[in-house]
Design a protein around this ligand. Sequence first.
Ligand SMILES: Nc1ncnc2c1ncn2[C@@H]1O[C@H](COP(=O)(O)OP(=O)(O)OP(=O)(O)O)[C@@H](O)[C@H]1O
Length: 331
Amino acid sequence: MATRFSIETVDRSLRDIMDSTEIFGGKVIVFGGDFRQVLPVVPHGTRAETVNVSFAKSYLWSKIEKLKLTRNMRARLDDGFSEFLLRVGNDVEPTISNDLILLPKEMVIKYENDEISDRKLTDSIFPFLTENARSKKYMMERESRIFYSFDKAEDENNNCYEEEFLNTLSPNGLPHHKLELKVNCPIMLPGNLNPSIGLCNGTRMVCKGFDKNVIYAEITTGQHTGEKVLLPRIPLKPTEDKDYPFKFIRKQFPIRLCFAMTVNKAQGQTIPHVGVYLPNHVFSHGQLYVALSRGISMATTKVLVKTENSIKENETYTKNVVYKEVLLSET
Ligand SMILES: Nc1ncnc2c1ncn2[C@@H]1O[C@H](COP(=O)(O)OP(=O)(O)OP(=O)(O)O)[C@@H](O)[C@H]1O
């Protein structure tokens, strides 16, 4: 989700270009979004700072005509699930102490111990894994190949930053130094590459093959599902490099393995078999809603909660964080 500042910049630019005082220079602009979902990330930001960058807090918000979608099309075959998701998103699901909400039994993978519970969660997300693991052909096909990145610090001639050190860095939005691929493994783009052909931040693909300098992949999400793409090695820079005192460049295939992803990265995705792994409770607005609402039904959405005090009288509870002040300004 964009911060209100980027949208306000577009507003000011269009007013300037159109020489008009009307909002967006009189141009019609259509926005889509859901304030129940995670808000733009403010690094190290407080609750007030996070709420403040939301579009709902912009001077433009009250001037915009709001239209509401009424039906969850993703979970259209499971009305009980759609209603539960709305209650979670709107923070009206009853809570016990510490904002803990009760998870429906059907969705819960009971925590027994790490090994058994993790296995049950994996089996629910990758139902054919155990079956295929016994197939010699399937396993032989899956010989892996490792691709290492070339890393350097830009405009830095004194060699203060050894390549071995740069290789250990994993900034947000960049692929890792070591990329180990197998045919048919799931991969994801960590940043925008070419949105016009569906290669956006978060696009999931399956690796169909690889050569020394190219990866053959098939898109598995969104309107470009089924399309084949070629991915070259390219020089990439972190979007936020405030954490480093130098400019960092990594030449690597622009992908990460994607057997799992964070809740924030999953925003926008539709996932037929969802396994929500919660070794800790969620900590920010809308994360539980986003995680649960990626699925299409309760039966195919499983949650494993591992935190202490989450099981009470044989029921499993988890934390739901909702900043009501963002939802209140939605009207
Ligand atoms: N009119 C429709 N008929 C059938 N399926 C639909 C329709 N609209 C959307 N869907 C399905 O619902 C799912 C979610 O659609 P989409 O990703 O456009 O929603 P969204 O509002 O962006 O969701 P979110 O914000 O929760 O990520 C997709 O799998 C899509 O195929």
